[in-house]
Design a protein around this ligand. Sequence first.
Ligand SMILES: C[S@@+](CC[C@H](N)C(=O)[O-])C[C@H]1O[C@@H](n2cnc3c(N)ncnc32)[C@H](O)[C@@H]1O
Length: 373
Amino acid sequence: MIQMWDDSFAVQSPPIRAALDAGNGIRAFELMHSELDKVWREVERVLGDGCIACVNIGDATRTICGRFRLYSNHSRIIQAFVRLGFDVLPAVVWKKTTNAPNKFMGSGMLPAGAYVTLEHEYILVFRKGGKRSFRSEDEKRLRNSSAFFWEERNHWFSDMWDLKGVRQKLINPGLRDRSAAFPFEIPYRLINMYSVYGDTVLDPFVGTGTTIAAAAAAGRSSIGVEIDSALLRVIADIVGQAVQVGNERITSRLRDHLSFVADYQKSKGDLKHVNDYYGFPVMTKQEREIVFHALDTIERSPDPSSFCTRYSGLDIGMGEGSCEPSRLHSGDATGIQRRPAKGGNVIGSSRPEGKGVYPAGLEKLNASGWTEG
Ligand SMILES: C[S@@+](CC[C@H](N)C(=O)[O-])C[C@H]1O[C@@H](n2cnc3c(N)ncnc32)[C@H](O)[C@@H]1O
């Protein structure tokens, strides 16, 4: 029930237009969510057991026919996922950067008709089925190499994200804010938190392609579904930025880790474990196999709706065949390609090829890193 999407919904369902024109906000709200419910059903169908669905959604306040009220999108979406049998996991509140922190709505300084402003959105988190299991040696190896640093865990798994100071939206000068794109960091973090190398990430509302860029940066395959085929050009542009943005993010993760290590050593002493690949100290045994895959190139495939990401460096099993979703119990992505959300076209997908590791310049960091620093 977010005003900028009224037209998109009204085109998909004429009764929504009628409800909005009649000033029936509650009916329009329910009809819009019925459209979304169809997508959530598809998400449930294609996700593997143990896989995680994350939904970034804000609530909305609107005055319709003189009545101001909140339309609580996030609670309606939680209901939809519960009905589909998902387990609700703790959600993240994303504190949005607002240009007008003191802005208020309603009756100004007079009680009782002033309203608090909405300065956050939610990232709802759901799990299909029970906990995901990693049984085979290959599955365990991919999981271990996809681990995150201890200090990242403490930061990322807070239920309050304030992304001030992190890289915001990927740049498309022609687009401004019409796309409602989220910052690269949101899908990048979520992908690292909830999937492993070799998984396929699905974004059924891919918009400008931020999720595809983030998935490529995180060494995952991805499928994006988008109803507005005019966005294909924008997606190509945004995904094209994945090499630079992704490698910068890997570099910053490694640098941040090295400065965490330096601070820790200064104040508390030595860390107990060493990362097998990079040779630097890590806090826990679980971080020993962490390895990043630097992106070499990301190119449109002969099929113009897909991209191919190549990685450089060591082979830890990201080669042909290791990304098959069925093998890793990820979503049945081909299913959604055959049967996208109503009216939707699959217009972007990306699949890692080859091997991975250091972004250019990081060999230097490795050579002159913490041990000599
Ligand atoms: C909020 S935007 C997503 C922005 C995206 N996260 C990004 O970073 O660019 C939602 C997108 O969903 C698309 N959309 C709406 N209904 C759809 C449907 N039924 N199937 C596929 N895409 C749809 C819209 O055209 C819009 O581009």
